[in-house]
Design a protein around this ligand. Sequence first.
Ligand code: C2E
Ligand code: MG
Ligand code: MG
Length: 502
Amino acid sequence: MNYSEKKSLTISFALFFLVVLISFLNYLSISRTSYSDMISIGFYGLAFTGMFVITILSNTAVREVKNEINEIKKMQDFDALTGSPNGIKFSRDCDQTLKANRDHRYAISIFDINKFKAINDLFGRQVGNEILTAIAQILKKHIRDDELFSRMATDNFSILMKYETYREFTLRIENLIHEINGYSNQFVVSISLGIYLIGDDDRELDVNALSDRANMAKCSIKDNSQVSYAFYDEAMRQLMIIENSIENRMELALKNNEFEVYLQPKYLFSDEKIIGAEALVRWNDPVNGMLPPNDFIPLFERNGFVKKIDTYMFEEVCKLLDKWKNEMNQLADIIISVNFSRLHLDNLLLPEELSEITSRYQIDPKMIEIELTEGTIFDNDAQMIDIMNHLKDFGFNISIDDFGRAYSSLNTLKNLPADILKLDKAFFTESSDNQRGKKIITSMLNMAKDLDLITVAEGVETKEQVDFLKGLGCDIAQGFYYAKPMNVIEFEAFVNKKLKSA
Ligand code: C2E
Ligand code: MG
Ligand code: MG
């Protein structure tokens, strides 16, 4: 009960007792009081008693309404699952905290849980919720006076922390990450955290602008299993400007056929014949020249545009196979592989859509391989396996790209309906010269053979690698040792020349 409620209750009580007292005194002197005096005293008594009751009732009602308003405010400000402040409250408090503590240095950090969707899929939402709640508890423990944290959305958390020195601050961040990573002994919980050290000139900036910078730092290390936190720097801001300009131009570029198919030949180790090629996208940008995929595919993965690029590349490859079938018969046996981003793996209609395109160009789906990157594949993701099986039903071959990079267990392979295994180039170039690496590659190749998978070594650059891989029974080679990716005209001339010299 607040001060004014207490005051009105006290006044009501005082009036009530005054009336009771007057009534009692009147009663004692009843013989000297007239009948009408008695009635009016009784009337006043009743009126004051009524006032007392009404005051009590209205005080209770006001209190209830106030409680409800407080509850609603709480709901608006706090996240129901973890009890953490939410984004709205965080932004508001951030503003006030930064303004009220100008003599302190602050840093804003944003983090999310790596592969949180996979954790939910593998262990269930309940486990996912427990992790989020545990993280909120850990944050609460680490946050000091005049510092803030919040759960912004699903597995996204924000923190506003004071700092004195870079060293002291990174130690705190490392401790926090360490505690979150060690939360469960059942499975690995890891986070990617981006930090923006707020400068004196930035204090007037909107919290969203500060968060954007921390977010950029976070994105710079997303999917990097070696690093769990990163600071924002000016280079990142420049990158954002470049990415912004790419995003403004990408749709038009696709319409204008600025994306081109490059082909890198694949050779049989046994007789060094070209049996296929991988289609690799290049952006022939009129302003910036020929751009390699690493300049734009990671961005397109983030904004979803990669789906359009992959489908475009797939159709261009169909057109090419159609041309070779009808006009260049000597190339008609070449199988082309096309890269497909993981983003397609939630589209149950992908097999039908691709089959519709091959039918339109009357291409045998056997002439096309679908390359899916290992890191995106989980052996018990039922929907993904469904899509892969369905692609195979339509006659496409499936290749697991960059195998070895994401360190999945060899067992993963057993449950995947794949036809081809591409060993990651970094994996074998780094390790092929030591005994342990050789053992790993040997067991990978043996396992692949047991599973009837065709093996492709990509990134073959030296004669030693060729001899080594050939000796172990690897089937196909792709790499600069044989040929670099080239445009279609160059590829056709390259194959023709090789055929003539054979
Ligand atoms: P990837 O699918 O693993 O393609 C192989 C990459 O290795 C190609 O890089 C190729 O040029 C490079 N490479 C081949 N042989 C050697 C070698 O001997 N040494 C070295 N150092 N590198 C070699 P590229 O063309 O820059 O493509 C990079 C990545 O971009 C591809 O890796 C693939 O993940 C992605 N990508 C390319 N085109 C597409 C596409 O159309 N769609 C999607 N979703 N991703 C694509
Ligand atoms: Mg590939
Ligand atoms: Mg690859």
